[in-house]
Design a protein around this ligand. Sequence first.
Ligand code: ZN
Length: 135
Amino acid sequence: MFNVLKIDHIGIAVKDMEAAKKFYTEVLGMAVQGEEVVEQQKVKVCFIPSGDSEIELLESTSPDGPIAKFIEKNGEGVQHIALRVDNIEAALADLKAKGIRLIDEEPRYGAGAASIAFVHPKATGGILLELSERK
Ligand code: ZN
């Protein structure tokens, strides 16, 4: 079995991470942490903690990366919502058994050394849903 613990973060696709960071730091007075490039996803990521959750800014490192494609299609904005789960393997097995359409059948590496997997928007009412487990 598994439990959903909280909203872990909200992923926002941006064209220019430095410009986006300025809004959160200079206008809203928030602090940025944990900048990282995730090569596998062709994305540069940083986190902006807010209470128990975080905002994740995502900038593509390549014109053919998933974030670049998202922005091309939808413009900048919320790209996914991530729920923290206590056992991602159990969560994926359970969703698979329920016939839920998954993008990732196995957990993979996510920024901040999380184990992540995406659930298809067609299964969630239109939201790209990330499941995230942190040890
Ligand atoms: Zn994310």
